[in-house]
Design a protein around this ligand. Structure first.
Ligand code: GLC
Length: 736
């Protein structure tokens, strides 16, 4: 009986033991053949520009796992040949590049893509980017950047999907799907990279690389969810962030990289440092030297070292000294090999030639549609837009005809000469005479010498179209501004154009919100683009001439003044929410200290932004009914269905994005006055009514508690379905 029992148990265990995943079996097999040096070689990522003999030698010796920035497909294939055919184990390289919002066909910067509130167009854009980039041999992009960004001074807000956690999650997932498809081994699939992990957008004073202090509760409620969504979407890789978070640089953070990413989330993808971020732990004052930095990064479960040479120079000694275990090395190499197997690089390491890989008409059309949907109509007095019965336009301003600026930051491979600028787009129109005069040579141009020519052009035209904003170089990495007003003499240009009395349409092209209240007041209409890419010009021509209707909505708050920043809609109510506001110029002389009230606002700005998160107009108008709830009581195991009627009461068929917000009125930790929990972009014909439907569950209402548990608390909630984060009358429901 005893033997039968034992064998029976063994058979049962065998039957229950899951057959090991074939990829894991291949990894085991390969790992068992690798020397320690070869394992460490896989953890080394180098800048692969050019095909130097020295680089080939390092590849041949198995000292390189990945190359970044080589985009000549012949060079890529030759480097790959050396790895596959001349190294001892023939492990293929993975080639990476920053393909952030397009490779050759450039889409709106991610902040502009967020302004579309359309994950489908974002996914379509990422798909185009992957098709173009993989034709160059790139199979790994360092995108999406899903850092919640609430500070317009920070240059990298341009690369994010804005200030909201939910939007960063939704758009990040859409981008990942577009890059990776559901078959990472497809030759047009590209591994995505969720970055920068984590909290980078909280850099103090909006200054890049600056320190961040983020309480764990806030980290879990605001900054981590977009990354968790990326894990759930199967994002193949993650990247560390440059910042220290509460004193520990992310690259050395066991809390982030082991506790959260590996233990809590069970992530089995590859974690790479940012460029040199391992070495930067020395100036951070966290590591004494490169060997110390390599030790701390390895023991913080960072798999691959981008350009610090820390692993390749020191890991072997660290293992021999017992400071880093070979088990740690094996875990890292498993993650790297797993990515290469999943990409199919062992079976298909080379890039086949692709005919006509770039700028295909369908790619450009997708980019134009994304640019159209990213454009936000902020103002349209007297319905000056869309133009009608116009025979001549003055196209002026420093961004009216500059291909390199309209494609924005992080466009390594975008070709400015391929951009179609607003001036070019208008010149292609029939029956419209274009009088072009930039007035200023570039956005920072302080010389006013050219303004009179722009004014003269304006006087000859029916309407003035003035293209202003920021050159591309004024946003992106390390491009932070303490003053976020219009640079140069642009404000003076607008003032003098206004003085002509001609209808004035401002078109802003920028990498961030700008404090432009005065200039916007001078304009009759304002269209806003966060650098909208190759097809920004045709998109604007269609919108201004009425072939398309604006549908973009702000993914960030537009402050009146930089002193209001950081400013975001999902703020707390405070104990003294703003009321009885007395602005600085309205304070009586010798007013008594408490005579003008004591609530939460700035004397010189009030408490409201210039434009709120979620705001955007159309050429038509929409009327929202009150939300109707399936039940006013939600059970912990239940849900509520929300319906709301949205009527197009104007004369243009158009998109509208209905936004679902909730507020937890009383909780054991103070909760924001509103939080976006859903949105629907719907096409509504003039005069017709659409019904938008949402489902709200307790999990949507959950927040992190002091014990770090995340769950929803019973109590009363407000719920809105509205056109932006300030409009709407809430309905109440109770969570039991
Ligand atoms: C940069 C950026 C990161 C980028 C990497 C590679 O410094 O911080 O976002 O992917 O280096 O270029």
């Amino acid at each position: 009986m005893k033997h039968v029992c034992i064998w029976g148990i063994a058979a049962l265990m065998l039957a229950c033991t899951p057959t090991k995943d074939p990829v894991e079996q291949k990894i085991d097999e390969l790992l068992s053949q690798m020397t320690l040096q070869e394992k460490i070689g896989q953890m080394n990522q180098l800048n692969g520009m050019g095909m130097s003999d020295d680089l080939k030698a390092q590849i041949r010796e198995g000292r390189v796992g990945s190359l970044l920035n080589e985009v000549n497909v012949d060079v890529v294939n030759e480097m790959q040949r050396v790895a596959v055919e001349e190294s001892r184990l023939g492990i293929p390289l993975i080639f990476a590049r920053d393909v952030i919002h397009g490779f050759k066909t450039i889409f709106p910067i991610p902040l502009g893509q967020a302004a579309t509130w359309n994950p489908e167009i974002v996914e379509a854009g990422a798909r185009v980017a992957a098709k173009e980039a993989t034709a160059s041999g790139i199979r790994w992009t360092f995108s999406p950047m899903i850092d919640v960004s609430r500070d317009a001074r920070w240059g990298r807000i341009a690369e994010s999907y804005g200030e909201d956690t939910y939007i960063n999650a939704v758009m990040g997932v859409a981008t990942i799907k577009g890059y990776q498809t559901d078959n990472l081994a497809d030759s047009t699939a590209m591994a995505a990279c969720a970055k920068h992990f984590c909290g980078y957008g909280a850099s103090e004073s909006g200054k890049d690389y600056n320190t961040t202090w983020i309480p764990e509760v806030q980290l879990r409620d605001v900054y981590l969810p977009s990354f968790k969504a990326a894990v759930d979407a199967g994002c193949a890789t993650f990247m560390c962030s440059f910042n220290d978070i509460n004193g520990v640089p992310s690259t050395g953070s066991k809390f982030l990289n082991k506790r959260i990413l590996r233990e809590e989330w069970q992530y089995d993808g590859l974690l790479v440092t940012d460029w040199g971020s391992m070495q930067q732990m020395i100036p951070h004052g966290y590591c004494s030297d490169m060997k110390d930095a390599a030790e701390k990064a390895a023991n913080a479960a960072v798999d691959m070292d981008m350009m610090s040479y820390g692993y390749i120079d020191h890991l072997e000694d660290l293992v021999k000294e017992g400071k880093v275990s070979e088990k740690t090395i094996d875990e890292a190499v498993r993650n790297i090999l797993r990515l290469k197997f999943r990409l199919g690089l062992f079976e298909n390491p080379y890039t086949a030639k692709v005919e006509n890989p770039y700028y295909r008409p369908e790619y450009l059309e997708t980019a134009k549609q994304a640019a159209i949907e990213s454009t936000i109509l902020l103002k349209n007095d007297n319905n000056v837009l869309p133009l009608s019965n116009v025979t001549s336009v003055a196209v002026v301003g420093p961004l009216s005809n500059v291909g390199v600026d309209q494609i924005g930051t992080w466009c390594f491979d975008g070709e400015p000469e391929k951009s179609v600028t607003p001036m070019q787009a208008f010149q292609q129109l029939e029956n419209v005479k274009v009088i072009a005069e930039p007035g200023l040579q570039y956005s920072r141009d302080k010389s006013q010498a050219g303004i009179n020519k722009a004014v003269a052009a304006a006087k000859k035209a029916d309407v003035v179209l003035c293209f202003v904003g920021e050159e591309a170089i004024l946003s992106g990495e390390a491009k932070c501004r303490a003053d976020i007003s219009l640079p140069g003499a642009q404000s003076q240009l607008i003032k003098e154009l206004k003085a002509t009395g001609k209808p004035l349409v401002l078109v802003v092209m920028a990498g961030r919100p700008l404090t432009m209240g005065a200039e916007i007041n001078m304009a009759d209409a304002v269209l806003w683009q966060f650098h909208a890419g190759t097809m920004a010009g045709p998109a604007l021509a269609d919108l201004i001439m009425g072939k398309a209707v604006p549908s973009g909505k702000l993914p960030v708050t537009m402050p009146k003044m930089v002193g209001q920043v950081p400013m975001y809609y999902s703020h707390k109510n405070t104990g003294r929410p703003a009321s009885n506001i007395t602005l600085i110029d309205d304070i009586p002389v010798a007013a008594g200290q408490f005579s003008i009230g004591s609530t939460s606002y700035h004397l010189d700005a009030g408490d409201k932004p210039l434009y709120p998160f979620g705001y955007g107009l159309s050429y038509t108008s929409f009327e929202y009914g009150q939300p109707v709830l399936s039940d006013s009581v939600m059970k912990q195991d239940g849900q509520i269905t929300v319906t709301c009627q949205v009527k197009n009461i104007g004369k243009y068929d158009a998109y509208e994005t209905a936004q679902l917000y909730t507020r937890d009125l009383v909780a054991s930790l103070c909760q924001p006055v509103r939080q976006l929990k859903g949105f629907q972009k719907v096409w509504i014909k003039a005069g017709e009514t659409a019904t938008v439907t949402f489902t709200v569950k307790p999990a949507d209402l959950a927040f992190c508690h002091e014990d770090m548990a995340t769950y929803a608390e019973p109590g009363e909630f407000h719920l809105w379905v509205s056109a932006d984060s300030q409009q709407g009358i809430p309905v109440k429901f109770v969570l039991k």
